[in-house]
Design a protein around this ligand. Structure first.
Ligand code: HEC
Length: 184
């Protein structure tokens, strides 16, 4: 599932690169079979998954921030319910599913050209210079978010036990890659 997403993103990135490129057509068309058999020009999948700079970075960054706000709202539902003796398991399951959905998308939210150099954002520049570590922290979050979905489908005790570990992976990324909110 995750692998397919990354593969699709890589294909998309390559597709965008092909569309955006102004390079003249090669004099000899490549034989069609070679496209499938030739090794990928960039073997590092992590690089391919970063994607291309969006046409409108400011709009892209606004959407990214809106997504995080919504992720935060869903996480708040989980936090509030984790403190209840009898959590609302329907609400908790829905929120966990949403958190897991965002976890699956997050790898596409930081293409080049969408950092602090491009406009107002809490995303720190080291996301793009320490990408392997950022991706590792994202992978930890994805793993714990997946476990949270399983736990919320099990029972209240399982949910409560898995809430903390999932939240810890949010914090681990924020501590290194998110700017402190200067307005607050
Ligand atoms: C892999 C890194 C990473 C993970 C994991 C992560 N975040 Fe974030 N988060 C960020 C970054 C970077 C920003 C700043 C984004 C921006 O401003 O464009 C952010 C921003 C946010 C914001 C907006 C903050 C504000 O002041 O407006 C919220 C809310 C948030 N994250 C909640 C969460 C929650 C809840 C989780 C876990 C369930 C989580 N994040 C997991 C990296 C991460």
């Amino acid at each position: 599932m995750k692998i397919k997403l990354f593969a699709a993103t890589a294909v998309l990135a390559l597709g965008l690169a092909a569309c955006g490129g102004e390079t003249p057509a090669p004099e000899m068309p490549a034989p069609e079979a070679s496209a499938a058999e030739a090794p990928a020009p960039e073997p590092a999948p992590a690089m391919a998954s970063i994607g291309e700079t969006p046409a409108d970075p400011v709009a892209f960054m606004k959407t990214r921030h809106d997504n995080y706000e919504d992720l935060g709202k869903n996480f708040k539902v989980l936090l509030d319910n984790s403190k209840l003796g009898t959590p609302d398991m329907a609400a908790v399951s829905a929120a966990a599913a949403k958190v897991n959905e965002y976890a699956g998308q997050m790898g596409t939210w930081f293409p080049p050209g969408t950092g602090p150099e491009a406009g107002k954002t809490e995303a720190k520049a080291n996301i793009w210079t320490e990408r392997a570590d950022f991706d590792a922290k994202l992978a930890n979050f994805q793993a714990e978010a997946g476990k949270l979905v399983t736990a919320t489908g099990t029972d209240a005790a399982a949910f409560k036990a898995q809430f903390g570990p999932t939240g810890g992976t949010c914090k681990a990324c924020h501590d290194t890659y998110r700017e402190e909110d200067k307005d607050k």
